[in-house]
Write a protein that binds this ligand. Structure first.
Ligand SMILES: Nc1ncnc2c1ncn2[C@@H]1O[C@H](COP(=O)(O)OP(=O)(O)O)[C@@H](O)[C@H]1O
Ligand SMILES: [Mg+2]
Length: 274
């Protein structure tokens, strides 16, 4: 059976505030999905709740990977089951070298029963694999000796996320605005890298505003989220429409979702001022 992430009627709140209002989404290994929507529509929330971020409370609905319930599992357990989330804003881990971080993560994902303190994958094997992936992604080997995201530029942070993706080879990966803060050339390189390391071997959910990121990863499905609901699903043509024409048609076609989105963003702005 193809690995399948299935989300039904998902409702999610943050600090008692409803954000997602009935999301349905099925992603199979080998498929590329684009998730698009205006600011504050719930894109990152959906990505984070799939990964099991403790701040987001699921108030209704189901989420399974190959029929197995995910909602009672921690982020760590979900990663071991084959889920991956590339952060919109990755955090720095000063003192931890990227290579050591990757060796830990790769070992844990490949040996889900491993307990902390138990042996890691052999250094030689790891080095050989890391070198191969870094060459494929045209990265300097020096890069892996730096501390995770510490003093990285926006582009370097995204490259580090893509290297993780390449090493971990998840079943389903969510890439949250892997384009944000990058110039056009860097986005093109990211797009190409994602395609090379296995778009076809994974199920991908690409959250993006940037048509360049989809250039090498044409979506099989494009979903539009507004006010915490997926209001339309189409193919690559829907992504193209949104890139060229924006969200006016969508906002007019789904006034209730548009209203909900406006309220969510207003609250966000009020909170930012306070
Ligand atoms: N950790 C959080 N705490 C409080 N509010 C949040 C949090 N995460 C998201 N929200 C709110 O949820 C809404 C959707 O946010 P988000 O999922 O980040 O949107 P998008 O990624 O589509 O821009 C916004 O109104 C935002 O303020
Ligand atoms: Mg976001």
């Amino acid at each position: 059976m193809t690995d399948t992430l299935k989300i039904d009627n998902l409702h999610v709140s943050v600090e008692g505030k409803p954000i997602l209002r009935g999301v349905n989404l099925t992603i199979r290994r080998g498929e590329t999905h684009a998730l698009m929507g205006p600011n504050g529509s719930g894109k990152s929330t959906l990505g984070l709740v799939i990964m099991g971020h403790p701040k987001y409370q699921v108030t209704a609905g189901t989420m399974t990977l190959n029929g197995e319930n995910l909602l009672d599992k921690s982020a760590d357990e979900r990663a071991r089951l084959g889920l991956f989330y590339a952060f919109q804003r990755p955090v720095a881990i000063p003192g931890v070298k990227l290579a050591d971080f990757l060796r830990h993560a790769a070992t844990n994902v490949r040996h889900p029963e491993r307990k902390e303190g138990e042996e890691l994958m052999p250094m030689r094997e790891f080095r050989r694999e890391l070198k191969g992936k870094m060459e494929q992604l045209r990265m300097e080997s020096e890069f892996a000796r730096r501390y995770v995201n510490d003093g990285f530029s926006g582009g370097e942070m995204k490259r580090a996320e893509i290297l993780q993706l390449a090493m971990l080879q998840p079943k389903i990966a969510i890439l949250d605005e892997t384009d944000s803060g990058l110039d056009a050339d860097a986005v093109r390189l990211a797009s190409q890298s994602i395609a090379e390391i296995g778009r076809e071997k994974m199920g991908l959910l690409i959250i993006t505003h940037h048509d360049k990121l989809l250039e090498h990863n044409p979506p099989d499905f494009t979903h539009v989220i507004l006010g915490g609901r997926i209001v339309e699903t189409g193919g690559v043509e829907l992504a193209n429409e949104l890139h060229t024409q924006g969200y006016d048609r969508i906002r007019q076609a789904y006034p209730d979702a548009d209203e909900a989105n406006r309220k969510m963003v207003e609250k966000e702005e009020a909170a930012a001022v306070a």
